[in-house]
Design a protein around this ligand. Structure first.
Ligand SMILES: CC(C)(COP(=O)(O)OP(=O)(O)OC[C@H]1O[C@@H](n2cnc3c(N)ncnc32)[C@H](O)[C@@H]1OP(=O)(O)O)[C@@H](O)C(=O)NCCC(=O)NCCSC(=O)/C=C/CCCCCCCCCCCCC(=O)O
Length: 695
């Protein structure tokens, strides 16, 4: 239609200029992402249409409202002029779906805004506001009022002016005094951050081509690179992740009723507990423009927490400088700090973020239930505790819900929303809306130990430790998983989180410490293999980064640079001697498979139990909360690309070698999916014979 319209306008002598706009206040979000996996649409090339716009003998003006993204922005780049509404956003987000701007965008954008800014936009995919676009020279004008009228005004004004200088394909790429050095440095940075993710590197190469070749040749290179990405498999994984993230929003009640989210305008929210999690939660709430009261049990903790929150908010305010939104945190109507429990009477929603201790949480929820007004929703921030038990301390279990934030809570996008046996659908809907308002990805899951994310993490970490017992080293295991694409491997992660966290939890479960029955075997608990290695480290005061020693050594307590520790190597070999474990060489394949497949296996068990509604939920949790590499689509998607028969065969092999490790025993659901012929991921849930009562 665009092509036809342009041809008609060019042929009609009464038409003097052309204005291109979108409908309903949006310019364009680009290509339909689903089209990239449909062979039918692959023949449609946008590039030639963008060229057609640019070669028009009549001035063409883009009126950009809402968003101009991907192919949408490439269309605008073909236009001779661009007028944007002040609230519009622009970007080339193709890299985030595993592609590159394939309609000549990698060649036109550097010619318009220069290589550094173009590289930044193209390799990160970030959306920029109109104000920034104006500064970069990406748009010619921004308006507060009617963009279309402004674009028509501009079109009328430029009729008859030469179009040559406005055709980006004819412009040279602006020179930099040190282009070679700049590109070299940029490439190193892109590679370092990409960790096996192809698209940023190929985006870089396409922009580099713009600096080295004439326009037409650059376009040819762009197309070649686009085709490489399109068939790489990574694009499919990222596009799956795009839709998975949106699918988890469409959570329905057990009866299949979609929930209408409650839009809150003037909710007063109370955050209880101002430790690290509480500080991050309060910061996120203020950023979301939700009035919040932060409550602590005494003045000392309150003042400490207030100081930390203020530091975080100042930092956030700095980041937001120049943008449309301002952080309003000095206004007591938006944020107040108190030790006065009476303020609980008025709040609409409470997020409790105290220490992970069941007795303490129950005591607090009992108090909340007595003081809060009848409709108030009571959320508990917990990473593993039983929501039903916490709710049992209240007289309103239907209004109790788990909200598992991830640290640092003002940065991490994931929010696991855990419903208990009595949690009402409206409580779930409210929590989901809260996640949306906080710009987080809320994923609704059922109540079980560790919920989804941590429950899948336990066997992964367990395997990592078993691998040490059998002959590996922390740095070797971490390297394999970091090469796979994780930001940090399991041992660096444990050191960062603090080994004492798990130790406390294991003591609470009676797996170690004073409550462990006398005479318990060192490497067996409740008939299963158990590794006391993490406990032994804790007993020696090695809690990770905070103490300067853990699985690695650090430059000082609180240091961040992990260095392999000869003490650990000696300790491990002594441990193996003590327990008569024969040290063997463990190859990378075994490390990867045992860690990942045990995690995936737990995912299948979770699906079968109805703890999550589908594999997309598990994947979104792992992509947004656990550093799973985005270009691998999440653990369940990854399993589908490896092939379920292979995952099953490997689990069977490892399980036979380690019969005392139940988490390696293939889940019945995985076996079923293989038996029905390696069902595709989108059909998995239809093979569950009954919907679990948890859903
Ligand atoms: C910012 C958004 C647009 C909106 O955000 P928000 O308001 O929060 O709403 P959402 O919940 O995210 O979205 C609402 C629903 O809309 C669906 N949606 C959104 N965008 C798309 C899309 N681009 N495609 C399909 N569906 C989309 C979304 O899923 C929601 O629906 P539902 O709830 O799931 O039902 C935000 O949505 C956003 O950021 N969207 C993504 C924008 C994006 O990434 N755009 C870039 C797309 S890629 C592109 O444009 C590429 C163009 C190049 C053309 C190449 C031509 C074809 C290939 C030929 C190959 C040959 C090579 C030759 C090259 C040549 O010459 O052309």
């Amino acid at each position: 239609a665009l092509e036809d319209g342009l041809k008609k306008a060019d042929a009609d002598p009464s038409v003097k200029a052309v204005m291109i706009c979108g409908e309903n206040g949006k310019f364009s979000a680009g290509a339909d992402i689903r089209g990239f996996s449909s062979p039918k649409t692959l023949g449609v090339a946008l590039g030639p249409i963008v060229s057609l716009i640019e070669s028009s003998e009549k001035p063409v003006v883009a009126a950009i409202e809402g968003v101009a993204l991907g192919g949408g922005l490439e269309v605008a780049l073909g236009c001779h002029y661009r007028v944007a509404h002040a609230k519009a956003r622009m970007g080339l987000p193709e890299v985030t779906i595993g592609l590159l701007p394939g309609a000549e965008g990698t060649q036109r954008l550097p010619r318009l805004i220069g290589v550094p800014a173009a590289l930044d936009m193209i390799t990160t995919g970030k959306h920029i506001p109109a104000t920034e676009a104006l500064k970069l020279g990406l748009v010619d004008e921004i308006v507060e009022e009617n963009t279309i009228e402004a674009a028509i005004r501009l079109a009328n004004k430029v009729i008859g002016q030469p179009l040559g200088p406005r055709r980006l394909s004819l412009k040279p790429v602006p020179k930099l005094p040190n282009m070679e050095a700049f590109l070299q440095e940029a490439q190193v940075k892109v590679k370092r951050q990409a960790r096996g993710f192809l698209a940023p590197e190929l985006c870089f190469q396409a922009v580099q081509a713009a600096t080295q070749r004439p326009f037409a040749e650059g376009v040819r290179r762009e197309r070649e690179l686009f085709q490489v990405l399109l068939s790489s498999g990574q694009a499919q994984a990222l596009q799956y992740a795009f839709f998975a993230e949106r699918a988890v929003h469409r959570w329905a009640t057990p009866g299949g009723i979609n929930l209408l989210f409650i839009i809150f305008d003037s909710i007063l929210l109370l955050s209880l507990g101002l430790g690290t999690m509480g500080q991050g939660i309060v910061t996120s709430l203020v950023k979301a423009n939700i009035p919040v009261v932060a409550l602590e049990q005494n003045l000392e903790y309150l003042n400490k927490g207030r100081k930390a929150v203020m530091v975080l908010l100042e930092r956030e305010a700095k980041k937001m400088e120049g943008g449309a939104q301002k952080l309003d945190f000095h206004n007591p109507a938006r944020l107040q700090f108190t030790v006065d429990f009476n303020l609980l009477h008025d709040v609409d929603l409470v997020i409790e973020a105290v220490f992970e201790n069941m007795a303490l949480k129950k005591e607090i929820f009992h108090k909340l239930s007595n003081i809060c007004k009848p409709g108030a929703l009571l959320c508990t921030n917990t990473s593993a505790l039983d929501i039903d038990e916490i709710a049992s301390a209240t007289s309103r279990p239907q209004q109790v819900i788990g909200t598992h934030f991830f640290s640092p809570a003002h940065v991490m996008r994931l929010l696991e929303i855990i419903y208990g046996r009595h949690t009402s659908p409206s409580a779930i809907a409210t929590a989901m809306q809260l996640a949306k308002d906080m710009k987080k990805v809320g994923v609704v899951v059922g109540n079980c130990f560790g919920f989804v994310g941590n429950r899948m993490m336990f066997p992964y970490v367990e395997q990592a430790v078993f691998l040490l017992e059998e002959g590996s080293r922390p740095e070797a295991v971490d390297q394999v998983l970091e090469d796979f694409g994780f930001k940090i491997g399991p041992f660096r992660m444990s050191d960062l989180a603090g080994l004492d966290v798990g130790w406390r939890s294991r003591k609470g479960q009676g797996l170690t410490g004073p409550s462990l029955p006398a005479g318990s075997s060192a490497r067996q608990r409740r008939g299963q293999r158990y590794s006391p290695l993490p406990d032994l480290l804790c007993e020696r005061g090695r809690f990770g980064q905070k103490t300067g020693k853990g699985w690695y050594q650090y430059e000082r307590a609180g240091g961040r640079t992990a260095t392999p520790d000869p003490w650990i190597h000696g300790f491990l070999s002594q441990y193996r001697d003590t327990h008569r474990i024969e040290t063997r060489y463990i190859d990378q394949e075994e490390i990867l498979e045992r860690c990942l497949f045990s995690l995936i296996n737990e995912g299948f068990a979770i699906l079968a139990e109805g703890i999550a509604s589908g594999p997309e939920h598990l994947d979104v949790i792992y992509l947004n909360g656990y550093g799973w590499p985005k270009h691998r689509g999440g653990p369940m998607f990854y399993a589908s690309t490896v092939g379920l028969p292979r995952v099953l065969a490997k689990l069977q092999k490892y399980s036979e070698a380690h019969p005392d490790v139940p988490k390696l025993r293939p889940s019945a659901f995985l076996k079923k999916l293989v038996a029905v012929g390696n069902a595709p991921l989108k059909e998995w849930m239809s093979y569950l014979s009954r919907q679990s009562p948890k859903l």
